[in-house]
Write a protein that binds this ligand. Structure first.
Ligand SMILES: NC(=O)c1ccc[n+]([C@@H]2O[C@H](COP(=O)([O-])OP(=O)(O)OC[C@H]3O[C@@H](n4cnc5c(N)ncnc54)[C@H](OP(=O)(O)O)[C@@H]3O)[C@@H](O)[C@H]2O)c1
Length: 264
């Protein structure tokens, strides 16, 4: 919020309202009557979603619709944070905003369903797809890699999933600008460039000046409950239409590592 000057910004957490409860959401929205609602809340544990389908639908689809309906009620615009996991990963060139959704995981299916239902409710709502988020202030992939690299001589990291790492700080700046532009429809926003998780981890360890060996493995070797797309690079074309470009993921990672080391 400190990064969003010039506007009155109020942050709400699950303690203020459970988005599964329409009347609580409606009350909160009516009390505050915002111009914009940025909906980041979601059930994001991709693997746990596979065995908790009902909860995933309740939060990610019904909850998102509750917020959309409450937004409609006060004439607010809505920005819904969505995911590269709405795609099946069979392409080998960046996914455009109008490419067909074909999610493979329960999590991805709930995000895709929410996108469709929200746009049916109001085509002026903005669906902001992003991917592979990392940032200071919580657990994330670079944090995990740096902690493991400090305690192990070698790390296995998958090398057959390609996507776009994205610094939450850069995404936040993009969200602010898109709200100010009254963005609508589907927009893709990630740091520029792409890599595999193995390439990302290799760069993380090197940038931090650590010596742990990063070893490439396949998704099959690191089997997880939820399938991940093999390729989920999001095209930045939709963002360019708003005259915006995001920095490279390497630049973003360098800032993250500097911030993390000054914090520690
Ligand atoms: N992380 C990624 O790589 C990634 C990639 C693409 C898109 N996204 C999307 O970006 C958004 C933010 O992701 P994130 O990784 O920052 O998520 P996160 O750290 O898991 O945070 C999700 C938030 O949603 C809240 N929440 C969960 N259930 C709720 C409910 N029923 N009512 C109200 N709040 C609820 C959680 O509150 P509590 O902690 O109190 O439960 C938590 O603060 C999500 O919409 C996600 O789908 C994330």
């Amino acid at each position: 919020m400190s990064r969003w000057p010039g506007d009155e910004v109020i942050g709400f957490s699950s303690r203020d309202a459970d988005i599964r409860n329409f009347s609580d959401v409606q009350e909160l929205v009516e009390q505050n009557r915002p111009d914009w609602i940025v909906l980041t809340a979601a059930y994001t544990d991709v693997d746990a979603c596979e065995s908790n389908r009902e909860l995933a639908v309740a939060v990610n689809v019904d909850g998102a619709l509750n917020v959309g309906k409450a937004a409609q009620g006060v004439g607010a615009r809505l920005m819904f944070l969505s995911s590269d996991y709405v795609f099946d990963g069979t392409k080998s060139t960046p996914y455009k905003t109008d490419d067909a959704r074909n999610a493979q995981s329960v999590y991805g299916k709930t995000k895709a369903e929410a996108e469709i239902r929200l746009l049916e409710l109001n085509p002026e709502f903005c669906i902001l797809r992003t991917s592979w988020l990392f940032g200071n202030g919580g657990r994330c992939f670079p944090d995990t890699i740096l902690r493991l690299a400090a305690s192990r001589g070698a790390l296995d990291v998958v090398n057959d999933q390609r996507g776009c790492p994205t610094h939450a700080e850069d995404l936040a700046g993009t969200i602010i600008r898109l709200c100010r532009e009254n963005a609508s429809g589907v927009v893709h926003a990630t740091n520029a460039g792409d890599c595999t998780w193995f390439e990302f981890a290799t760069r993380i360890v090197a940038m931090a000046g650590m010596t742990a060996e990063v070893c490439p493995v396949s998704s099959e070797q690191m089997a997880r409950p939820a399938p991940r797309p093999a390729y989920s690079v999001l095209s930045p074309e939709s963002l360019h239409l708003y005259g915006m470009r995001m920095p490279s993921w390497q630049d973003a990672l360098e800032r993250y590592i500097q911030q993390r080391s000054s914090r520690n």
